[in-house]
Design a protein around this ligand. Sequence first.
Ligand code: ANZ
Ligand code: ZN
Length: 876
Amino acid sequence: MEKAIPDIYKPGEIETKWQKIWEKNKTFQVDLKKAKKPYYNLMMFPYPSAEGLHVGNMYAFTGSDIWGRFMRMHGFDVFEPIGLDGFGIHSENYALKVGRHPALQAKRSEENFYRQLRLIGNQFSWDNHLETYDPEYYRWTQWIFVQMFKAGLAYRGKAAVNWCPSCRTVLADEQVIEGKCERCESRVQTKNLEQWFFKITKYADRLLENTEKIDWSEKVLLAQKNWIGKKEGINITYQVVRDNKALLDEKKKPLTVTCFTTRPDTNFGATFVVLAPEHPLVDQITSKYNKKTVGSYITQALKKSKAERITEATSKSGVFTGSYCINQLTHKKMPIWVSDFVLMEFGSGAVVGVPGHDLRDFQFAKKFALPIIRVVVGLDGDRSSIKKESQVQEKSGTMINSGFLNAMDIRKATKKIMDYIEKKGWGRRTVFYHLRDWLISRQRYWGPPIPMVYCKKCGCQPVAEKDLPVLLPQVKDWRPKGTGRGPLAELKDWIKTSCSRCHGVAERETDIIDNFVDSAWYFLRYPSSRVRPCQGSDPNEIPWDSRLTKKWLPVDMYIGGAEHSVLHLLYSRFLTMAFKDLGLLDFEEPFTKFRAHGLIIKAGVKMSKSKGNIVTPDEYIKKHGADTLRCYLMFIGPLASGGDFRDAGMAGMFRFLARVYRLCQKEFRLAPHLPISQNPKQQISKEELYWQHRTIKRVTEGIRRLKYNVSLAALMEYVNYLQNCQKASQKSLEILVCLLAPFAPHLTEEIWFKIKSRNNAQNPQNRHSETSTTKSFCHSGIDPESVKIKFKNNNSVHNQPWLKYDTKYLKQQKVEVVIQVNGKVRDRLQASINQAQNQVVISSLCQKSAKIQTYIKGKKIKKEIFIKGRLMNLVV
Ligand code: ANZ
Ligand code: ZN
């Protein structure tokens, strides 16, 4: 018997075995229709490419899975789906790199990704997987496009758009990060092109207001608020003069410049005006003497990135145009300059400079010796340095040097001057949003064709719903062309079609839909992904089953990357709102709770395919097991923080799990025929109770706060205690296994199964299964076939109720510490459980004991032998 019990932890065997059993038994597949307490636990589906899943992805998935398992143990029917965001530029760029057709590559990636996703031990609802390139899925992406078009929320229009020269396509504003393409990091260019847009700006206010109502990571909400960038201010229009004469345009009308300002209260302090280099009036305003310098300045300025232009860190540059604006309030002439710190796409592309109260204006005025006038003094004392003062955004202050505004508070002054300017007809109140409409057309191959046709008679028409999907045609030459049109534009036969309205000759749109549209609604599809309505039979069909949707949505918890703050996370909110308005949903916020996880860093930078520093989980799983890797990743720090991936810590985590395994094995060996159920009166010491409840509390709180590292630390301390304690009760071990279950799902299932099988074997009523169970208990490699019969899903450790703690056990219990001198018991001290763990504390308590003093007085203590929690032997 003794030898038959394996005490070496072999994760490879255990994990493969349980993965097979769980999948066969559909242990984690919820019954979507019958579930009583639905809980939708979502994680961001990955962009697959054949390099595969890396440990950065796994970090996010494990973090989300632990949450899902925690909720499962709280009695919820947890739906945890997974799929692949496999259409789009990410996958296509990879296909380009390896020189394989994206459709073929997709098959390979799918296989590899799903293989890896099966290794990591998540409780995925595999039956509901979806892939965005599946025609059954993108049929609905196209359907959504058509609905948006019909509702006036999708339109084609000409605009200055971002063009990535290396990806050879346009990009949405959100895909341009500090002037560079989100995918390939090439510097993006501006082109004037006609493109397809979704009207997200119509929802700007609602997207902003609802941020107050959703329970999301603060930094993501802040990023969204800033991106929407609502600014209330006023457009002030100034007359342009040169040589003291009003400048006239071609139509002999006086030329004017309009400046957007959020601080009109400071307008008595305005001393100059600055135009963006792209401003359409620059040419007319510049005098012929200044033409040359202005021209060459603009050429230089346009080479800079937006980020470079607006930074406060660099010194300002600029040129004078030769003309002036008249400040109506002071009748002073304000020189008109051109400078690149003013952006054309913000406000009106022109700024009225108030160097006393704006840092960049101040830097500009200093550089070009323009007058600086102060018009506000702070309430909290006069700050002598203008520079310092202008750095802080003024929230309060009192007006000076400002005529009728003097002595007013800035808020009141702002309102007063706005009324005044509007009354005089010098300007109009206005609200500016940073958010632009969402550009969704792409000149690429790997995506859903935009389901529109151009008819000479009827104009631009959507493809009839019954004719969806418009299948992506198989083409040989799928590479991006760079001509401003995508590869589909070459397919003359495919383009030729008939108009959905007049049935006359029409041509297909050849751009495809951006993959951020694919991913902006996938969570709505998951519960309905196996509901396959037969195509075209019902004109009222929608992409999701309304009963399932009512039951499962909105998503209860979404955990994912903050880098999607103004991309996927904003787009999903927008589409959900639009669907609600179209009567397709009855809620308007898709994710009730969202938590951002941190990033995994390797060699100082974010782990990502583009950085070439990815580590795949496979090798670690092979060596140490998925459970070890899961725990290792979660132990790095709080989930929100991410951290460094160093494999040095991996072995330590493996040893911890092996210790758990051995500890449980040891307990079986000590009393193989005496299960706790037959000895219910086994005394559990106060100390043991304290440890049990303290651990339950700390693990629970750690998970709640997504500080899984704290939970794991508590479990490690608990294991230390259980190892030191002479004989831990089975109850203590069961607690350990249940609390560790969300982190190490395979190992805990294995131990749990053994504990339960043994109890059953010793229960006479279960004689029948005794032999086979004992047999399987004795040999580590249980045949999954034989286990399947005996393993019932409700016996899974993952279906046990989450443990509750009782604070009454958490009061500092006193324990007795035996004090010996030279091996003879001389005193017994009462100490708190924590004190009893600490040698220094116990040592000093010994010094205070009168009894002990009589034995050690005048003698030198040569050695202290300390056994945590129980004994101190002083050798004198
Ligand atoms: C006068 C003024 C006085 C301004 C003052 C600010 C402080 P914030 O500051 O983020 O709310 N602005 C307007 N159009 C611009 C453009 N195209 N490029 C760069 N800057 C521009 O943004 C509003 C302020 O940004 C506006 O208010 C304007 O400067 C500047 F004590 O006008 B302010
Ligand atoms: Zn690019």
